[in-house]
Design a protein around this ligand. Structure first.
Ligand SMILES: Cc1ncc(C[n+]2csc(CCOP(=O)(O)OP(=O)(O)O)c2C)c(N)n1
Ligand code: SF4
Length: 284
């Protein structure tokens, strides 16, 4: 296999230098290295610059509603457990409108992989503040500077019950690819928060900003099975920003506890027509 099998005839349309190009490449490389073919993969996309990847990767694809990519993906996975299901969404999409779904999907632990492109701004709608934007961030929607403090998606994912929580960076493509691969291989919900410079609307969190701060948790001998140690790393943000696998547990995926999922994938079973007349009569 080769990475080209995941290309379509449509080139991406992101701004030159956008971090999305790296993420796009590493998703394809991860699938290729895991030998997961296009017809065994579904990518569900949110709405935004991140979601505009939807027609540039040759797999099954679904361009969902803003904030609703996760429940769409959960439904698809439960209907066809043979598919590798990945979700690609922006941080506005996933942590603003889609925040409720995020928290409940973390609890639920369905076996899908969620990639949030954290650019700390609304890119597609031309630069409003996002839930991850820094306090004081000046945008068209916050001309006097943002009042709220930012959401930390990594520590949030841990407190909400996430069983696989990682942070990657578009500027560290090799590590990012390895994290996406680990996430896909994890049995249960895997979340990779990806630092993604938006070169057009975020002049603060640039490649230079991150390059001066990021370090690799693996090199720091971090134990990703120790929740308390991992939570300290999840909260770390400032002069130093950790990258890598922050926390991983071994609990069962949602599907493993669902009797209907035993046996063949639901989508491959014959359609059974049931006579509901007796049931209606009971209630009439
Ligand atoms: C229900 C709904 N609300 C709002 C919008 C408008 N909208 C489109 S993209 C977007 C935010 C994009 O920001 P983000 O999710 O961070 O993705 P990015 O463009 O930065 O990749 C918004 C608010 C929409 N399309 N649908
Ligand atoms: S606006 Fe920002 S996130 Fe969107 S394509 Fe341009 S650089 Fe990328």
């Amino acid at each position: 296999m080769a990475i080209e099998q995941f290309n379509t005839i449509n080139p991406p349309t992101w701004c030159p230098g956008c971090g999305n190009y790296s993420i796009w490449n590493e998703i394809k490389r991860a699938l290729d290295e895991l030998k997961i073919p296009p017809h065994k993969t579904l990518i569900v996309y949110g709405i935004g610059c991140a979601g505009n990847m939807y027609n540039t990767v040759n797999t099954y694809a679904w361009h969902s509603l803003h904030g609703r990519a996760l429940p769409t993906a959960v439904g698809a996975k439960l209907a066809n457990k043979d598919l590798t299901v990945i979700v690609v969404a922006g941080d506005g999409d996933g942590l603003g409108e889609g925040m409720g779904h995020f928290i409940h999907t973390l609890r639920g632990n369905v076996d899908i992989t969620y990639l949030i492109h954290e650019n700390k701004v609304y890119g597609l709608t031309t630069g409003q503040s996002a839930p991850t934007s820094d306090k004081g961030f000046v945008t068209k929607s916050t001309p006097e500077g943002l009042i709220e403090v930012p959401t930390n998606p990594v520590s949030l994912a841990m407190t909400a019950g996430g069983g696989f929580v990682a942070r990657g960076y578009a500027g560290r493509p090799q590590q990012l690819k390895d994290l996406i691969k680990l996430g896909i291989q994890h049995k249960g919900f895997s979340f990779v928060d990806i630092l993604q410079p938006c070169v057009t609307f975020n002049k603060i969190n640039t490649y230079q900003y991150y390059n001066e701060r990021v370090y690799d948790l693996a090199e720091a001998k971090h134990d990703s099975s120790d929740f308390n140690a991992a939570f300290i790393k999840a909260r770390e943000w400032g002069e130093k920003i950790p990258l890598g696998l922050v926390y991983q547990d071994t609990r069962e995926a949602y599907e493993d506890d669902l009797p209907q999922e035993k046996g063949k994938a639901i989508a491959t079973r014959p359609i059974v027509t049931r006579n509901l007349e007796p049931l209606y009569k009971d209630f009439m």
